[in-house]
Design a protein around this ligand. Sequence first.
Ligand code: NOJ
Ligand code: CA
Length: 709
Amino acid sequence: MRTLTLISCALLPLALAAQTVQSPDGNLILNFSLSGQGEPTYELSYKGKPVVKPSRLGLELAKDKHASKQMDETSLMQGFVVANTTTSTFDETWQPVWGETKDIRNHYNELAVDLHQPKEQRNMVLRFRVYDDGMGFRYEFPQQKELNYFIIKEERSQFAMAGDHTAWWLPGDYDTQEQETQETKLSGIRSRFNQAVNWSNSSVSVFSPTGVQTSLQMKTDDGLYINLHEAACVDYATMHLDLNDTTMMFESHLTPDATGMKGYMQTPCQSPWRTIIVSDDARDMLASNLILNLNEPCKIEDTSWIHPTKYVGVWWEMIVGKRNWHYTNDFPSVKLDTEYWKTATPHGNHGATTANVKKYIDFAAANGIDQVLVEGWNVGWEDWANMWKRDVFDFVTPYPDFDLDELNRYAQARGVKLMMHHETSSSTQNYERHLDAAFNLMNRYGYDAVKTGYVGDIIPRGDHHYSQSTNNHYQYVIEQAAKHRIMVNAHEATRPTGLCRTWPNMVGNESARGTEYEAFGGSRPDHTLILPFTRLQGGPMDYTPGILETQLNTWSENPNTIHTTLVGQLALYLTMYSPLQMAADLPENYAKYADAFQFIKDVPCDWQDSRYLEAEPARYITVARKDKKSDDWYVGGKCNEDGHKSVLKLDFLDKGRSYEATFYVDAPDASYDKNPKAYKIFKRKVKAGDTLRLTQAPGGGFAVSLKAK
Ligand code: NOJ
Ligand code: CA
C-alpha cells in the first residue's frame, strides 16, 4: 500500500506562510510559521494539549577562513521568506530483516518548507513528517552558490515544553552514557546534576549543569508521554539538549570536535531528523517505530547472512575480576613482535585460553547457543589503556595460548561460531589502519560477527565519542563490515538513531549502562524499566542479561550482587528487545539453575509480532511476543523495587487453539536484595481469552513460554 499526493504552493506571500499538518489520525497538529524577523517557528499539539510551544529553528554558522568569499559568522536563523511549501502523504508497509514485528507501517503527512534568505541569497528546506505516534523534522541544504560548504557553530533547534514535566535524564556528556538515569522534574535537573555525573570517569566531558542526553523521556502532569531524540544521524554530530529551566525550553547542543566546532558540511546535505514521540499511553511509546521509519530503507542488497544471534562468552569472568584479558604481567615494549610472544611469561590467569574457550564451545553446542564471544584473545591487553596508545592492537595476532585455527575448527565442527572481539581503545585511526586485514582474518576463519569497543579518549584527533568525525568512523566500520558480510555490535559508540534499518548488520550497540555495571557496584532495579523508553528508541542494546547466579561472591571475590531476582534476569530477554542476546553467566552457574536456564535456551530473539501489555517508565513493563518462526508466544514482565501485580488477558493468542504454558515466577518470599534466587516453575494449559494473574517480587519479574499445540 503506497500513496503519495503532492500539493505545491509556489511563492507564498509572508502572511500566508503559516502552514498546518495533521497526523493521519488527526491527533497531532503541527503548525509552522515565520516570525516577523523571518525566523522559522513551529509548535505541536496532541489531542488539543500543547506538546511543543512555539519554538524557533535554525543554525549558527562559524567564520570560515578558507572560503573563497570570506564567510563571517552568520546564521541560518532569521531573515527568511517562504519560497514554496509542499505537502504530501506517504503510506507504506515494510519488512525489517529482524525486529519486534515482521511488518512496519510507515504512514505520515509531510510538509516541506523551502526557505530563502534574500540578503545572503541562501536556501534551506525544513521538512516535517507527522505520524500518529509523533513527528520528525530536519534541515536540508540544497547545493547552491552561496552555501557550497559551511561550518556549524551550533544548531539552534528549540523544544519549548509546556510545563515542568517529570523527566528521565542522563547528564550531558560528549563521551559516555554509562551513567544511571535520574528521575526529577525538569526544574530539578540543576540540583541533581553533580550527583548524576560520574566524575571519576577519565573522559568526563560535561558541558552544562542543565544539559541532558537524548533519548529523553518525559511525562506531563496530565499524563502525556513525550520523548525527544534523533533519527538517522549520519555525517553529523550527536545532539544533546540544553534546558533553560526558567522557561522550560530545550535547545539543541551538538557534540563539538577538538577545536570546538560542531559540523563540517558540504551541500547538498542534511541534518539528522529531530524526533518527538508522543502519546497518552506509555505502551505506545515502546511500540513506536517512528525512529526506524525516519531512516532510509535497507542499503544491503543480499541480507541472507544477517541473522539474530544468541551467544555466550569468555567475558563475565573477566568483568567480575576472576580472570584477565591480558596474558602476561610484563609490559612488553614491542607488543606486536611475534618473537617476544614465543617466550613471554604467562601470569596463569588468562581467560581466552584454548581450553577455556573449548569449554564454552561445548556448552554452546549442548544448549543450542549460536556463538561464543572471546575477549582478550589478541595481543595488546597488557597496556591497552595506556595514554600513549601506539599500535596497541593489530586485531590479527593471537596470544600464544589461543589457537585461532583449532578453535574455529572445533567450534564449526559442533555447529557453533566464534564471535570476534575488537577493543579499539578508542584509537580509531589505528583501527581503520588494520580494519581490512582484521575483517579478512574473520572471513578466512568463518567469523560473521564482531563486538567492537571504544574505551578511553578518542585519539589521535582528540575529538569526542559523539563528534561528527567519530560518528563517521562508526559508520565507516559498519559499511566496511557489510562488504565483508560481518555483523557489528559496537560498545561505547554513539547512541543509536535507527540506522539499523538502513544497515541491519548493525545488530547491536551498548551505548548505555549495561550488565557489566552490576559487577562494578550495581544499577538501580528501575534501570531496565527506563532503558526501553530511552536508549532502546534508537535501536537494540547489547545489555547482556542472564546472570542467574546473582551473588557474585559465591564464585569470585567480587562482593556485588545483581539488582534483580533470578527470574527478573529471564524477563529481560523479552522486555529489552534485541536480535543479539547474550547468556552472560558462566556455564557452571547455568548448571546450578538448569531448569531456569531452559527459558534462555527456548526464548527466540526475532519476532513476528509484539504487544506491550503494561508499561510505565521506571515502574513496570510487560510484553507479549510471537516467535517469527512458529506460532509460539512468550510473555515477559519486569518491575522495579516496588514489585508489581499483573493481570493479563491472553486475547492475543490464536482463537480455538490451546497452548502449553511454562511459567517462571518469583517465589512469594523473593526479592532482589534479600532473597533473589527464590523461584518457581510450573506448567499449565491456556487458551485465548484466559486471564493470567502474576505477582512480581521487588526487583523481580516473570517469564512465560506458550507453545502452540
Ligand atoms: C567495555 C565493554 O562494554 C565490555 O563489554 C568489554 O568487555 C570491555 N570494554 C573490554 O573491551
Ligand atoms: Ca561499556
